[in-house]
Design a protein around this ligand. Structure first.
Ligand SMILES: *Cc1c(COP(=O)(O)O)cnc(C)c1O
Length: 861
């Protein structure tokens, strides 16, 4: 039950229900003043606060003119924020709405529906979309237990608790039909069962987030449990969750738009493969309109964006094909759609693929005309990894682009940092710097004096130290220690010592325990008489991952050692609330994944926004933006296949950096008593990384590079146009075996050709039953590498020179300009061409001269 607020305080309810409070400090301060004691007890959760605050206090506030003025101002500010025009409203030709699907959303600790980076990223995506005015609808599941809470046993073994969340005490409202009944959606399951779900809405600034909840009357016990917890259960359980998310999610979006009048999405964005079934549901919808499978597939692909998030196999869902067929085929959900065609979509045809498995990422790529990885390096790794889906193409031509992740600065920048920034450049400009970015705004922050930077760093470190002491004590109490044995916890960490943070989930590639490789050496670093370091570690292992739990235990055991326990701590139950103190409070953020398995990583970005320096393997975002002055790169032993040896080499490199570079610089206090070179690095980090790592930058990139083109394709590829495109593709695929490059020649050259001279290139192409308008014949030229392959060639389209000859061959020609000396090469290729293709590689079809396999047809030296 919710508290009924006295009439003058009603706006408090609206402020509590809109999660903008989670990134809006002024709103939080308003709630705090409702009842400072209650605010602490509610741990900063406005819904809990309002549920607990006493009648007398409410009556007093309802009479407090000053409070009511502040309340009115806050409510008005929120109304302006949610209704006024923002960046998106200044652009043209953009989608009317975008639906964004994700299995988890990390918006605030008060809505614990996330396990790690993927969810936090999704939350940051919604918040930044809200700030920019992007008309996004988020879609996810409401897990009754969320993700687990972590504690430790006496022996340091991870224990999981699954608190029961009551949706009525979360910042959620049920979506209701016009007549007041709760809106519901249903899915058909095998054996005549059905899966019902209701729809909750969280309001994230301007953005609604729809969360499906299967714990409803009308469901059998097993179906009620479908949304029991995040990433739990066996294969069938996961499949049901993903059917509910993808198929049910589309139905929830339709219900939401019907009820509220919100424009229908023109673009569907799936955050990793888990929600991929959304494309199948839209194919089903279109087949009800009379489109056949192929045409519906084209129409759906046009408006779909797929983001792949990991090159780690365990991060990608793969189901037994038979299981999928049983649930989606005859008698199951989607029984109107050709099951064979559905199964083809998830078939692993790439390197190392297993023909018996249905791969959600592969289906995601096939159901989306546009796809991306989440950093430049991860884009390249993904193109390589999935190249088999576009046979005949070099990995660099595989149509997976990249947009580097970002983080929502208003959420992740500590209030103290914002305050100092505002003092330097003004409140409005500082807020704009966080939300909008702008290199100039960030550059001006660089004017903050050294002393102020250093005092800020100390203040943040001290706050962290205080929080760590409370947490270490609580954890030891929980592990069974008595108060009397815990005096030492008052002296854990020191606010003047170089503080290093490492917190993340514990899959093996993140190498939680790399720092323990040489325990004696680590101990010497921790206890160094002049230049000690201290380390704060946190992270949850997946509940089913015993090897991850062993790593946690190994680390905990080390931190339990009385010789070092004041210098290194493991904090249980890493979550967003801990994160918000941890990143700002650390001087150095450590990241040592096995390169290139960290697709992007975002915690280091959040750290950077608070003036913490990164010390990381060149993986994910750091590979892109490390510039030599904004932190340190841990050298990697990339080619070394023996993992143990590789760990050894990389751990040694890490210790060396800490000992010889990081610590000396931190403790190098010059004549003014300040570590000037360190402060310079902090300043450089803030001013140059600040504008890049923003989620606002990321969402603008998505809008301009993926959503807007996808919306244009969606509008162009509907109904008859979709039918035509599908037929054209079918024809191309059938005829392609007849397409060949039969002959390539240039003018003959005597002696060495001169730089800048132009030759004529001629080629003969067989097109089988295709027309020259169906293809693009391209001349590629430029430098060749040592294996005679063209590197970054110049590409130009050739023109046909008249009709086909008697044998049906077409001649093409064009100028070949020798624009470089050394080894200059050229070749010809034929690609499908159609104005509605997003990229010429889309069909995976290409023809090259025989015997060359895409290498050069000719070389001029
Ligand atoms: C940012 C964040 C993550 C993700 O961090 P990575 O560096 O991507 O591993 C995980 N958990 C929490 C609580 C976070 O805030």
């Amino acid at each position: 039950m919710r508290t009924v607020l006295p009439e003058p305080l009603r706006p408090l309810g609206g402020l509590a229900q809109n999660l903008r409070w989670s990134w809006h400090q002024e709103t939080r301060e308003l709630f705090q003043s409702v009842d400072p004691e209650g605010w602490r007890a509610a741990q900063g959760d406005p819904v809990r606060l309002l549920g607990a605050v006493g009648k007398d206090r409410l009556a007093a506030l309802a009479d407090d003119r000053r409070f009511l003025r502040r309340l009115a101002a806050a409510a008005e500010d929120l109304a302006d924020y949610t209704s006024g025009p923002r960046w998106y409203q200044e652009q043209t030709d953009l989608p009317a709405a975008i639906a964004y699907f994700s299995p988890e959303f990390g918006i605030t600790f008060a809505l614990p529906q996330y396990s790690g980076g993927l969810g936090i990223l999704a939350g940051d995506h919604l918040k930044a979309a809200s700030d920019l005015g992007v008309p996004l609808i988020g879609v996810g599941l409401l897990y009754r237990h969320g993700y687990f809470r972590q504690t430790l046993s006496r022996e340091g073994w991870q224990q999981e608790q699954y608190p029961v969340l009551d949706p009525n005490s979360l910042p959620l409202t049920p979506l209701r039909e016009a007549d007041g009944t709760p809106a519901r959606i249903s899915l058909v399951l095998p054996g005549g069962r059905s899966l019902h779900a209701r729809i909750w809405k969280a309001q994230v600034g301007r953005v609604p987030l729809l969360l499906l909840d299967s714990d409803v009357e009308g469901n059998q016990a097993a179906e009620r449990d479908v949304t029991d917890r995040l990433y739990g259960g066996g294969s069938e359980h996961r499949l049901l969750q993903e059917m509910l998310l993808g198929i049910g999610g589309v139905r929830a979006v339709r219900a939401y738009c019907r009820i509220t009048g919100h424009p229908e999405p023109e673009v569907f964005h799936t955050n990793e493969g888990h929600a991929g079934f959304l494309g199948l549901e839209r194919i089903r919808e279109l087949s009800l309109d009379g489109l056949d499978f192929d045409a519906a597939l084209e129409a759906v692909r046009a408006g779909t964006v797929f983001t792949t998030h990991t090159p780690v196999p365990a991060g990608i869902d793969r189901f037994d094909r038979e299981l999928v067929a049983r649930h989606l085929g005859d008698g199951g959900e989607l029984s109107g759609v050709d099951t064979g065609r559905i199964l083809e979509l998830g078939m692993e045809t790439h390197r190392g693929g297993d023909p018996n498995l249905f791969n959600m990422a592969v289906m995601g790529l096939r159901l989306a005309q546009r796809a991306n990885g989440v950093s430049t390096l991860h884009g390249a790794v993904s193109r390589e990894m999935f190249a088999g889906l576009w046979p005949g193409f070099d990995p660099e031509d595989v149509p997976i682009t990249s947009i580097t992740n970002g983080v929502h600065a208003p959420t992740w920048v500590a209030p103290e940092v914002l305050r100092l920034g505002a003092k330097q450049i003004g409140q409005q400009r500082a807020e704009d710097a966080l939300m909008i970015g702008g290199t100039d705004r960030w550059k001006d922050i660089g004017g903050i004096p050294d002393t102020a930077v250093w005092e800020l760093r100390r203040e943040l470190r001290e706050q962290l130290v205080e929080d760590v002491r409370l947490r270490v004590r609580a954890s030891w109490r929980q592990r069974g220690a008595g108060e009397a044995e815990l005096g030492w916890t008052d002296h854990v960490l020191d606010p003047d010592i170089l503080t290093i943070g490492f917190a993340r989930r514990v899959p093996s590639y993140k190498r939680l325990t790399l720092m323990l490789r040489d325990q004696d050496r680590l101990m010497r670093l921790l206890l160094h008489p002049e230049r000690p370091i201290q380390i704060v570690v946190a992270g949850k292992a997946h509940p089913a991952d015993d090897s991850g739990k062993r790593l946690v235990q190994e680390l905990v055991r080390f931190t339990d050692d009385p010789r070092v326990r004041h210098r290194i701590v493991f904090l249980p139950d890493y979550d967003m609330r801990m994160a918000r103190l941890l990143y700002p409070g650390c001087d150095v953020w450590l990241n040592n994944p096995l390169r290139p398995l960290e697709a992007c990583g975002t915690s280091g970005m959040k750290a950077a926004l608070n003036g913490c320096l990164n010390l990381s393997v060149l993986d994910g975002w750091w590979d892109e933006w490390f510039d030599g002055d904004n932190g340190w790169a841990i050298p990697t032993a990339d080619g070394v296949t023996d993992e143990d040896r590789r760990d050894e080499l990389e751990a040694t490199a890490l210790y060396n950096l800490l000992e010889n570079q990081v610590a000396p610089r931190f403790y190098d206090h010059g004549s003014r008593g300040l570590p000037q070179r360190w402060i310079e690095m902090v300043r450089h980090t803030l001013t140059t990384l600040g504008p890049k790592v923003l989620a606002g930058r990321m969402v603008r990139d998505y809008v301009t590079r993926l959503y807007a083109p996808a919306a244009r394709s969606h509008r162009a590829i509907q109904g008859p146009a979709a039918v035509e495109l599908a037929e054209w593709k079918g024809r191309l695929r059938r005829q392609w075996p007849q397409v060949s490059v039969d002959h390539v020649e240039t003018d003959s050259v005597e002696g060495t050709p001169e730089l800048g001279s132009t030759l004529t290139l001629r080629t003969q192409i067989s097109l089988g039953g295709l027309d020259p308008a169906d293809v693009d014949v391209q001349l590629l030229s430029g430098r060749v590498d040592t294996s005679d392959r063209l590197a970054n060639p110049t590409v130009q389209s050739l023109k046909p020179t008249g009709r086909a000859d008697i044998s049906g061959r077409h001649s093409y020609e064009g100028p070949l300009t020798l624009d470089r000396t050394g080894s200059f090469g050229y070749t010809v290729r034929v690609l499908p061409a159609h104005p509605l293709l997003a990229t010429p590689a889309e069909l995976g079809l290409v023809a090259v001269p025989p015997e060359t396999e895409g290498m050069t047809a000719g070389i001029l030296r």
